[in-house]
Design a protein around this ligand. Structure first.
Ligand code: ASP
Length: 322
């Protein structure tokens, strides 16, 4: 199994072979998750702490379930009621948790780079569950698994990532991962929500949604991230839906078998028409949620193997861990 990483802080450092290994292992967990008894023992005896400084429904519950299904002791740190609210710094929180000897720390933080900083202060494996606009690696991996299952491959597919690109860590991680796996990526959205320099990232950039969707194999919609906007990025939600919202008429320009994705949470009627989101012949949004658990099981399993190997080597040299 090719997967050498100590932490999962982003998809940027992953080699294509590591991504493939992780997706292959996630396939086996997807099968396990369809069984009545869903338990594995890859994380038996390990402690997983989920530390979410930003709200989350899907990601946090998915990591919790993934850890429990593989036998870890899982603790959700209640950040809202914690000392963080009393002014404790991120580093102090990290050091406090580190002293409790966790093995896996799953962190979401509103600031780009905060999870990398935290990883440098602790002894355990850290998984980035989303940091600011930077990365959301498990989202891109679960998206890749969903696409691979629907289309049979990742290479030479045309993937249109549409909407609020500028504020989206999902778009960034997907662009990097899909590029590594040789898919063709298009970024589609209003100029005000397109990061400066996007045209130099090795992808095509479209402001016109109709052009951007033409003959696409995958249509990935993004949430309009109002919490990250401080000014007038869009004329109005109505106008936004008219020009960049996914409806049946715009979807008809993509390939007839194109799949529709959305990382959630969705703003129905703003970036996506509710009937398309619910259309089981086109939408794979529920598959994304299902694959999320499998991918997180695989990611934690692989990191735990590396952690055990590292600690075993240190113990052999007379170090602390056994
Ligand atoms: N759930 C994803 C994220 O945390 C997408 C979103 O919030 O729009 O980035």
């Amino acid at each position: 199994m090719t997967f050498r990483a100590r932490h999962l802080l982003g998809v940027e450092p992953l080699a294509p072979a590591e991504i493939t290994s992780l997706l292959d292992l996630a396939e086996t967990y997807a099968a396990l998750n369809r069984r009545t008894v869903k338990h594995g023992d890859a994380l038996q005896g390990l402690t997983q702490i989920n530390l979410f400084f930003e709200n989350s429904t899907r990601t946090q519950s998915s990591f919790e379930l993934a850890g429990k299904r593989l036998g870890a002791d899982v603790m959700n740190m209640p950040v809202a009621q914690s000392s963080v609210k009393k002014g404790e710094t991120l580093i102090d929180t990290a050091l406090t948790l580190n002293a409790m000897q966790p093995d896996l720390l799953v962190v979401r933080h509103p600031h780009s780079g905060a999870v990398n900083l935290l990883a440098s202060k602790v002894n355990c494996a850290v998984l980035n569950a989303g940091d600011g606009r930077h990365e959301h690696p498990t989202q891109a991996l679960l998206d890749a698994l969903t696409i691979r299952r629907a289309k049979g491959r990742l290479h030479r597919l045309t993937v249109a990532i549409c909407g609020d690109i500028a504020h989206s860590r999902v778009a960034r991680s997907n662009l990097i991962l899909l590029g590594k796996m040789e898919a063709r990526v298009r970024l589609v959205g209003p100029a005000t929500l397109m990061p400066k320099g996007a045209a130099d990232w090795g992808c095509e950039v479209y402001e016109d949604m109709r052009e951007g969707l033409r003959d696409a194999d995958v249509v990935m919609m993004l949430r309009l991230q109002k919490e990250r906007m401080d000014g007038g990025f869009i004329p109005s939600e109505r106008e936004y839906f008219h020009r960049w919202g996914l409806d049946a008429e715009k979807l008809a320009l993509a390939k007839p078998d194109a799949i529709v994705m959305h990382p959630g949470p969705m703003n129905r009627g703003v970036e996506i028409d509710g009937t398309i989101a619910d259309d089981i012949n086109r939408s794979v949004i529920q598959d994304q949620v299902e694959m999320g658990v499998a991918v997180r099981m695989a990611a934690m399993d692989l990191l735990a193997r590396n952690l055990r190997a590292e600690r075993g080597a240190r113990a052999a040299e007379g170090g602390a861990y056994v």
